[in-house]
Design a protein around this ligand. Structure first.
Ligand code: PBG
Length: 340
């Protein structure tokens, strides 16, 4: 008997991934990543004036008075944003070659830290350690004979970190890319009893053209002029080197590491998180914000949607959080969604 046997033919197509995308509930059920307020760190620009001033290259972002920064900080706390980062636009007449205003215990950033810490109970305050808001040449370090000096700069950065810690800063974030600064700052903090002060190292920070609007915001663009930071910030061509930089900073005592900029360097975020497993942050920098916010302003992109999508990319790349100028907008959107 020759009965022909045929295997059951699988229905075409064998797999239908769209099945799980048909409904909102199913899409939510299988979502691999989600954004929460806890992922956000909000950078805020401050100046010594009493009013707020828009930053043309960052639509929707302003330089705030200290008073307005305190209100912003309170709102951040209420929204559940864990931390803010304070960036000073120093008055031009206070800028010097050595950036000595950085060491003034009553400088803008210290005043703002004290005011914010007094007005909030559950909000972390992060401060950059670098000299560029304070130098008349716009560099992050001391300039001598066309060179950015390393060890001499580190000595000043250590003092700057101490000044900020004394003002009440919770997270010291060295963004200067000098060699050895994390270890030196950690030792000095511990020696002065600031064992609890955290260090988030700008460990892999690239010499990027995406910082342009930030330099407008803090007023360092005019100082830097045609200069660039390629002798200390990393070459955008390099990936392995980022892992060496991160390894060094962890070895020197960094609690958390950062990759900067963010979106053009998601591969670095991924590699850093996979390799070290430390809390890893990305900075969605001013130029990334400007691209999205500027296009949205022209009606070319949907501001909220591209902000959300860009931040999810960081989660997918393994980041534990993102410094983003969209932080308040996103947190407000989440609060609105929760109240519905
Ligand atoms: C200062 C500093 C910069 C940024 C953060 N800290 C600028 C720079 O290195 O020139 C850039 C942040 C942004 O573009 O949003 N060292």
């Amino acid at each position: 008997m020759t009965e022909s046997f045929s295997f059951p033919q699988p229905a075409f197509p064998v797999s239908r991934p769209r099945r799980l995308r048909r409904t909102d509930w199913a899409r939510r059920m299988v979502a691999e990543h989600r954004l929460s307020c806890d992922d956000l760190i909000w950078p805020i620009f401050i100046h010594s004036r009493k009013d707020n001033a828009p930053i043309p290259s960052m639509p929707g972002v302003e330089r705030l008075s200290i008073e307005a920064a305190v209100s912003a900080a309170k709102e951040a706390e209420d929204l559940g944003i864990p931390a803010i980062a304070l960036f000073p636009a120093t008055d031009p007449e206070l800028k010097t070659a050595e950036g000595k205003e950085a060491l003034n215990a009553d400088n803008l950033v210290c005043q703002a830290v004290r005011a914010v810490k007094q007005a909030t109970t559950n909000l972390g305050v992060l401060c950059d350690v670098a000299l560029d808001p304070y130098t008349d040449h716009g560099h992050d370090g001391l300039l001598w004979d066309g060179e950015i000096l390393n060890d001499e700069t580190v000595a000043v950065l250590v003092q700057q970190a101490l000044v900020q810690a004394r003002a009440g800063c919770d997270i010291i974030a060295p963004s200067d890319m000098m060699d050895g600064r994390i270890g030196a700052i950690r030792a000095a903090l511990d020696k002065e009893g600031f064992q609890h002060v955290q260090i988030m190292a700008y460990a892999a920070k690239y010499a990027s053209a995406f910082y342009g609007p930030f330099r407008d915001a803090v007023g360092s663009a005019v100082n830097l002029g045609r200069g660039d930071k390629r002798t200390y910030q990393m070459n955008p061509a390099n990936g392995d080197e980022a892992l060496r930089e991160v390894a060094l900073d962890i070895g020197e005592g960094a609690d958390m590491v950062m990759v900067k900029p963010g979106m053009p360097y998601l591969d670095i975020c991924w590699r850093v998180k996979q390799t070290f497993g430390l809390p890893t942050f990305a900075y969605q920098v001013s130029g990334e914000y400007a691209m999205l916010a500027g296009a949205a302003e022209r009606g070319w992109l949907d501001r909220a949607k591209v902000a959300w999508e860009s931040l999810l990319a960081f989660k997918r790349a393994g980041c534990d959080g993102v410094l983003t100028y969209f932080a308040r907008d996103i947190a407000r959107m989440m609060a609105e969604a929760d109240s519905r």
